[in-house]
Design a protein around this ligand. Structure first.
Ligand code: MN
Length: 144
């Protein structure tokens, strides 16, 4: 507990809906994480590079830049490629989840969120640490 208080894990939240953004950041803060919030997808990439998060949580339905584009952009950046990404979206179709994972997200949580699942996935991703150390699971991960 003491160690966790001294070295807070950093979570960047990209979400254009004010209520969801506050909910996610409040939940994360209550669980001892340091958060930074981005409302406009166009700001996410620069903020991620500046904040150096341990985890990125991103909405998929964003104005200007979609979450899928953001994920792909971060996966293509040497400084961000190993940061776990959790996608959060209201659209929970099977094809959507495949596209989200195909873009490079490591986990997917549907909205409206279950608080327990949201925090559970956050903890799982942070405990697993940086991504890309082990070979990717068999999937259509053809890199464009
Ligand atoms: Mn949205």
């Amino acid at each position: 507990m003491v160690e966790r208080a001294l070295v807070k894990k950093r979570v960047l939240v990209v979400e254009d809906n004010e209520l969801n953004l506050k909910l996610f950041c409040d939940l994360l803060a209550a669980h001892g994480f340091e958060t930074d919030a981005v409302r406009d997808g166009r700001d996410a990439y620069g903020r991620a590079r500046a904040f150096t998060p341990d985890l990125i949580i991103t909405d998929i339905q964003l104005p200007h830049v979609t979450g899928l584009e953001l994920i792909a952009e971060m996966r293509g950046d040497a400084a961000l490629a190993s940061v776990p990404i959790m996608a959060v979206t209201a659209y929970a179709g099977l094809g959507d989840e495949e596209r989200i994972r195909g873009a490079g997200a490591n986990a997917y949580v549907s909205k409206p969120i279950s608080v327990a699942r949201f925090i559970g996935v956050v903890n799982d991703l942070l405990e697993a640490g940086p991504v890309g150390d082990s070979p990717p699971r068999a999937s259509s991960s053809a890199v464009a």
